[in-house]
Design a protein around this ligand. Structure first.
Ligand SMILES: Nc1ncnc2c1ncn2[C@@H]1O[C@H](COP(=O)(O)OP(=O)(O)OP(=O)(O)O)[C@@H](O)[C@H]1O
Length: 260
């Protein structure tokens, strides 16, 4: 299955309201099956809108989107109005296998428990989802996507609510899923996260202004400076035994006083 295209965007345009400027105009990109694709851009630039278009929750007014495979989505914030058990939340990811009006089989339950276990969440299985912390919820919804058996995972800022250790866990998972042949698309505000795991990146500068390409070609100093409009700092980090260097934006407006 690898080698073909998982996703193709052809001159996609989208506006929430024809009376206001479009969020996206003429966006084109191709995501190969079994690759990782990172989407970066400042707040409000259209990252979530792009993901909603991929999921079919929004329809482009212009251009076309082709998806080859089953998609599972991990949203940024997830709230429920009913106190579901964590295990039931993960089982919902198996809806395609369970089918309408049927009960989960032992196999479905085993897949859900395994996904929780793989993320170190087994002890949360019987807890009520609405009592979990934001970071725990984000990991549970990630487990739900893993349990779904989908071949394309779409993750909206998957590390946003997580502490540093769990950020590393999710990045390791993205790398592992890629090795298993899945396609992963994720949005992030952290260029080094994209650098660590992505093959390609899309940088969204504006409605019709973007660059898309191989990670090293796209995460350049000039592009990142333009994207964030902030000073950059070179950081060294290690991911899965590989030493890497990348540029990250730094906030310089904070003046720390010295203790008297
Ligand atoms: N339902 C909506 N109706 C009207 N405008 C919307 C709607 N959702 C988003 N927008 C607008 O579309 C633009 C892009 O929003 P989007 O949520 O896609 O940005 P984003 O890059 O994901 O931002 P963030 O990093 O803050 O999550 C913003 O100007 C936003 O105000």
């Amino acid at each position: 299955m690898n080698g073909g295209l998982a996703i193709r965007l052809a001159t996609v345009g989208y506006t929430y309201d024809p009376k206001i400027p479009a969020v996206l105009r003429d966006y084109s990109a191709e995501v190969k099956q079994g690759s990782v694709f990172a989407v970066l851009g400042p707040n409000g630039r259209g990252k979530t809108t792009l993901l909603k278009l991929l999921l079919g929750a929004l329809k482009p007014q212009h251009g076309s989107i082709t998806i080859n495979g089953q998609i599972a989505f991990v949203p940024q914030l997830f709230q429920v109005s009913f106190p579901y058990r964590v295990l039931d939340m993960v089982l919902m990811g198996r809806a395609r296998q369970i089918g309408l009006f049927s009960l989960p089989s032992r196999q479905d339950e085993a897949a859900a428990l395994e996904a929780l276990d793989r993320l170190g969440l087994a002890e949360l299985a019987e807890r009520s989802f609405d009592e979990l912390s934001g970071g725990q919820r984000q990991l549970v919804i990630f487990a739900r996507a893993l349990a779904s058996g989908a071949d394309i995972l779409v993750l909206d800022e998957p590390t946003s609510a997580l502490d540093l250790k769990n950020q590393g866990t999710v990045l390791e998972w993205i790398a592992r899923l890629r090795k298993e042949g899945l396609t992963v698309i994720f949005t992030t505000h952290h260029p080094h996260h994209a650098h660590a795991v992505a093959d390609q990146a899309l940088l969204m500068f504006g409605a019709e202004d973007y660059v898309c390409g191989a990670i090293d070609a796209v995460l350049t100093e000039a592009n990142l400076r333009r994207l964030y409009g902030m000073p950059l700092r070179q950081v060294s980090f290690e991911f899965e035994g590989r030493a890497m260097e990348t540029l990250v934006p730094v906030f310089t407006g904070l003046r720390l006083g010295t203790a008297a």
